[in-house]
Design a protein around this ligand. Structure first.
Ligand code: SF4
Ligand code: SF4
Length: 358
């Protein structure tokens, strides 16, 4: 049974306190075993979209970076380009925002280096024994690095129910093509009776897949890559998915890309879940001060991406007495799909022992 280490924490605590708590977890779990001198170590982070205020702040990672440097690894902060338009859509904008949000050498002593090139197309195809995929498309430098520290901010998610370590590895380490493969299952449609033709979705769609037809938005399914941007920007709940069908395939594809991201280095991986400031949607939203769906819980650490996400989900559901689908106002979303699929394909184990650190 895998061990998941836990320490209580609150978002309001000073980042230096949160940094020391994460460091204590690193030491308690003996995660030094995952890293070796001269490793190029990818520290997978989410720098928060421009305007988002609920992401995990950069100085919270200082202790972890210092531990990696003490082990003589060469850590670099990293994240891939997004499918949707925004300030993380290409490497130049992403690096600029990373500096503005403190994910840079000056604050953390490690540079921010996007692993998928200028436009998110630098990739390596990785062979896996998945159910949906036999090869997945992973960011070039994620495959090239020797070890990974996956630092996730645990949140709800509008398409997968839960955004945590599996999502940070699966979606966050995939190239643009890998992301499109995962999102391909998601093809939204517009409910004409709810559409007020404001054209916001047309403005934001990265594929120009939406047009006005008979005075209502209409999605051309052959052009749509399923990025969900239109769902996010429509204020009239006019863009819909068949969540049960679509989310299930997306979650499974995401788990398979997570397996591809860590292929060959499953013993060179340390995972962290910050289960604080748990918002309904993920940090890709530019909404300031999104409402939380649960009171702050703490920080988790494990070398098993499945066990740590199962622990995060259990803690959220135990604390609220509700399924996460209910908390994010979409009861048809069940993140157990990604967890069970990840366990089935060998990414990790569902069973865990929670070890609480003072
Ligand atoms: S954003 Fe929503 S309401 Fe506006 S045009 Fe698109 S679907 Fe219609
Ligand atoms: S129509 Fe498709 S490609 Fe365009 S924003 Fe919506 S999900 Fe993305």
């Amino acid at each position: 049974m895998k061990k998941v280490y836990f320490i209580e924490a609150r978002f309001q605590e000073d980042p230096s306190v949160l940094s020391e708590k994460a460091r204590r977890l690193f030491k308690a779990g003996g995660f030094a075993r995952c890293f070796r001198p001269n490793d190029l170590t990818a520290v997978k982070v989410h720098i928060g979209e421009d305007g988002n205020t609920t992401y995990i702040k950069a100085p919270c990672l200082k202790g972890l970076i210092e531990e990696l440097k003490a082990l003589k690894t060469k850590p670099f902060l990293t994240d891939t380009s997004t499918l949707y338009t925004g300030r993380r859509h290409n490497a130049v904008d992403h690096c600029t925002l990373a500096v503005e949000h403190g994910f840079c050498y000056q604050v953390l002593g490690a540079p921010f280096i996007p692993p998928d090139g200028l436009l998110g197309t630098a990739e390596t195809s990785v062979r896996i024994n998945g159910v949906l995929n036999k090869e997945v498309y992973i960011a070039y430098d994620i495959v090239r690095c020797q070890s990974i520290m996956a630092v996730a901010h645990t949140t709800g998610h509008l398409a997968t129910g839960l955004g945590a370590v599996i999502k940070t590895l699966g979606m966050g380490c995939a190239s643009r093509k890998g992301k499109m493969r995962q999102h391909a299952a998601l093809k939204p449609h517009v409910k004409a009776e709810k559409c007020v033709a404001c054209q916001e979705c047309i403005r934001y769609c990265p594929e120009s897949a939406i047009v006005l037809r008979s005075g209502k938005a209409f999605i051309k399914q052959d052009l749509c890559v399923g990025c969900a941007e239109c769902v996010a920007v429509c204020r009239f709940e006019a863009v819909e998915y068949d969540w049960k069908q679509e989310s299930s395939k997306l979650q499974q594809a995401m788990a398979e890309h997570a397996l591809g991201a860590v292929m060959g280095k499953q013993d060179r991986l340390a995972c962290f879940n910050f289960v604080i400031s748990v918002t309904k949607d993920c940090d890709c939203f530019d909404t300031p001060d999104m409402p939380r769906i649960v009171q702050d819980i703490g920080i988790l650490a494990s070398d098993d991406p499945v066990a740590i996400d199962k622990a995060a989900l259990d803690l959220i559901q135990d604390k609220t007495g509700e399924k996460i689908g209910k908390l994010i106002l979409n009861q048809s979303l069940d993140p157990m799909i990604q967890l069970e699929h990840a366990a089935r394909i060998g990414l990790g184990e569902l069973e865990y022992e929670l070890v609480t650190i003072d």
